[in-house]
Design a protein around this ligand. Structure first.
Ligand SMILES: NC(=O)c1ccc[n+]([C@@H]2O[C@H](COP(=O)([O-])OP(=O)(O)OC[C@H]3O[C@@H](n4cnc5c(N)ncnc54)[C@H](O)[C@@H]3O)[C@@H](O)[C@H]2O)c1
Length: 261
């Protein structure tokens, strides 16, 4: 399988190392990067435009760059009949973009693949929704300063928070808009389950934690599910969970395996 990347950062470097060690099973042909990026994180060439990457004929392009890259390049990639893997899934909290990608993918018979990222349990949630889901809640707990800069904490003095404090309670849609750094997990749970407006999100600033903790609860005809992920940061980027890069690798491996789980 031939793949291309968008991005040249922490996730790209973990994915690249895996492809280069795959004995040709996953051939990484090139990457589209920003003009200010450093040298390639692997042996593959880098380009500052999408056309040069498309010209190399990848079967699939893996976005590991940021939400803008999904809207800037997603439709064109799908139009070319090439599959798109999206890790900056928060971009899909924008219903217009989600609909555009869906329509384009249908037209060209390409697929948009969303890895589980920093979460677990999305397989069970997507299975359970077929039988009917009544309720899904995502509760994310991070150290107070991890929330800094988000529009949702304007006026909150994060440095003085001494006990676990709920800083947001509402829909996944509102969470993605007011806490963009949490948009990836909020959007992933919502798309897997009952949508942006019906998924409930609670965000907690907790001075007692060092990892990013995501707790999912779901209830429906299938029964009840609870999943707790305590994600370690990526070695090269403390803002990114290492599990997110591993989830891309898992999806790539799956596409090349005969026995899939
Ligand atoms: N789904 C999840 O659970 C999850 C978890 C962690 C991170 N993420 C997403 O993954 C993305 C990448 O994470 P990272 O740790 O590798 O970030 P990073 O900052 O280390 O690297 C991002 C790379 O993408 C490049 N880039 C940014 N915009 C671009 C564009 N428009 N075109 C081409 N290249 C572009 C940057 O120059 C950089 O090389 C994050 O932005 C985040 O949205 C998702």
């Amino acid at each position: 399988m031939k793949i291309g990347l968008i991005g040249n950062g922490a996730i790209a470097s973990v994915v690249t190392a895996h492809c280069e060690g795959s004995d040709g099973r996953i051939e990484l042909v090139g990457a589209t990067v920003l003009s200010g990026d450093g040298p390639s994180v692997g042996k593959h060439p880098t380009f500052t435009n999408l056309d040069d990457l498309l010209a190399l004929g990848p079967d699939l392009i893996v976005e590991c760059a940021g939400q803008e890259a999904v809207s800037d390049y997603g439709p064109e990639i799908l139009k070319a009949g090439i599959g798109l893997m999206v890790i900056s899934v928060g971009a899909l909290a924008d219903a217009d973009l989600l609909n555009t990608l869906d329509a384009q993918a249908r037209e060209s018979d390409a697929k948009v693949i969303i890895p589980a990222g920093a979460l677990a349990g999305l397989d069970a949630i997507t299975a359970a929704r077929t039988g009917g889901l009544d309720r899904i809640t995502l509760r994310t707990r991070k150290s107070p300063m991890a929330w800094s800069g988000a529009p949702g904490v304007d006026g909150v003095d994060l440095e003085t928070i001494a006990a676990p404090t709920v800083i947001f309670k509402g829909s996944a849609g509102d969470a993605a808009r007011t806490f963009p750094k949490n948009a990836n997990v909020a959007a992933a749970v919502a798309i897997a389950g009952i949508g942006m407006e019906n998924t409930q999100v609670e965000l907690i600033a907790d001075p007692g934690v060092t990892r990013n903790i995501h707790h999912i609860e779901a209830e429906g005809a299938f029964g009840r599910l609870e999943v707790d992920v305590q994600a370690e940061p990526s070695p090269d980027n403390p803002k990114t969970s290492y599990l997110a890069a591993l989830s891309i690798i898992r999806q790539l491996d799956k596409l090349t395996e005969t026995i899939q789980i």
